[in-house]
Design a protein around this ligand. Structure first.
Ligand code: PMP
Length: 404
């Protein structure tokens, strides 16, 4: 795009016409300690129940986690001052890395400032020009961007189709360096066919990268994510990416694997090397939340029980759900306009459920992305389902509008 203010304006107008313009809503305050009920800007003017955050275990506002952050800030200050390889690597980072390695049952873990950067780091370090990266078609944007940035040829197999991935691997066996997938798909909530991908990747000596941003903390008896749920070992899935801003309620991400893998990333991964280390108070908060998540198993049980309750009553009332059994429960609406209208109707009824539109999801599959948290009450879930049923029935009665 050439430097032309009108070009920017025209692009923005086009997005608006296409009903694809993204907007931000500002949270003004939390009206209850758990943070599930929020007030937004004056235009809305009344509390909304948040059914769209990724705070599955309700740890982001846990008093112990916030206190750990505050105490660490008193001691260490707000910023780390430099990258990990200069002077930014502190005792809290080091301890958290050890604890994450232990939690995931791997030799070492390496902290990153965000999951986006962790994914860029692993894929660009393990694959390059002349090689191939295979991705699930619905992989998170950060994996897709990682594939692009790596300079490798990247190819996407149909969603959750491990047989297609295996065929692609067999065809380009010598060249596929990395197979990468979300563990739990962020916009669909289903669990990837990791066991089959692990068999195929092992057979063709490709690195399997599982980004379990939405599974860690939530799935498996010990909250160790989709690999625990599926009974898969560190050998079968050599590269595990986890994020800390979702179930663990703080911020940041990590990669866990063998000592050599982590050392290799420290040497090679540009999104690790060339950026400021995340603040130590953030690492301290994560250490506290990791302890709470492991000790208070009721959080995991509760979010899963609420998910089941949501699924059962939504199915009974005819709300169209997908196959997900995780706390990510998308309600596919169709067009972007229909999703925006549904979002507004839910907001009018006191619920904050965000419409997700292309390009985040494929065209024609705009949706309301409902997420459950351990802090929701049964009454809140029931009342959301009743409202969704009304909103979906209204959209179905106006199919032309829904498909417009
Ligand atoms: N991977 C997946 C599957 C995600 O959903 C997200 C966040 N939406 C990320 C990676 C990026 O993590 P972060 O927000 O820490 O950058």
């Amino acid at each position: 795009m050439k430097r032309d203010p009108r070009a920017l304006e025209a692009a923005l107008v086009r997005l608006e016409w296409q009903e694809l313009k993204r907007t931000r809503s500002t949270v003004q305050s939390f009206t209850e300690p758990s943070g599930r009920v929020v007030t937004m800007e004056a235009a809305i003017g009344r509390p909304l129940i948040d059914f769209s955050s990724n705070d599955y275990l309700a740890l982001s506002r846990h008093p112990g986690v916030a206190a750990a952050m505050a105490a660490s800030a008193e001691h260490w200050g707000a910023g780390s001052g430099a990258s990990h390889l200069v002077t930014g690597h502190g005792a809290e980072h080091a301890r958290l890395e050890e604890e994450l390695a232990e939690f995931t049952g791997r030799e070492r873990a390496l902290l990153f400032s965000t999951g986006y950067m962790a994914n860029l780091a692993v894929v660009t370090s393990l694959a390059g020009r002349g090689e191939w990266v295979l991705l699930d078609r619905l992989s998170h944007a950060s994996l897709i961007d990682a594939g692009l940035l790596s300079g490798a040829r990247f190819s996407r197999y149909p969603h959750a189709d491990a047989a297609a991935a295996e065929r692609a691997l067999a065809k380009e066996s010598a060249r596929v360096a990395v197979v990468a997938t979300d563990g739990v798909f962020s916009m669909d909530g289903d669990v990837a066919p990791v066991a089959a991908l692990a068999r195929a990747s092992t057979a063709h000596r490709a690195w399997l990268v599982v980004d379990d941003a939405h599974g860690l903390g939530v799935l498996g008896n010990g909250g160790r994510g989709c690999l625990e749920l599926l009974g898969l070992s560190a050998d079968e899935v050599p590269v595990l990416v986890g994020t800390l801003g979702k179930a663990f309620g703080s911020f940041g991400a990590f990669v866990a694997g063998t000592s050599d893998l982590i050392e290799f990333l420290i040497q090679k991964a540009r999104p690790y090397i060339y950026t400021t280390a995340l603040p130590q108070p953030v690492a301290a908060a994560t250490r506290a939340s990791l302890r709470v998540a492991q000790r208070e198993t009721w959080r995991r049980e509760r979010v899963m029980a609420l998910t089941e309750r949501f699924r059962q009553s939504a199915t009974q009332l005819g709300v169209p759900l997908g196959a997900s059994t995780t706390p990510i429960q998308p309600v596919i609406v169709g067009s972007s306009g229909a999703a925006l209208r549904a979002q507004q109707r839910l907001m009018d009824a006191g619920f904050w459920v965000v419409a997700i539109r292309p390009p985040t999801v494929p065209r024609g599959s705009a949706r309301l992305r409902v997420t459950l948290s351990a802090a929701h009450t049964e009454a809140q879930v029931d009342s959301l389902v009743e409202t969704l049923a009304r909103v979906c029935a209204r959209a179905a009665a106006a199919p032309a509008e829904a498909l417009a």
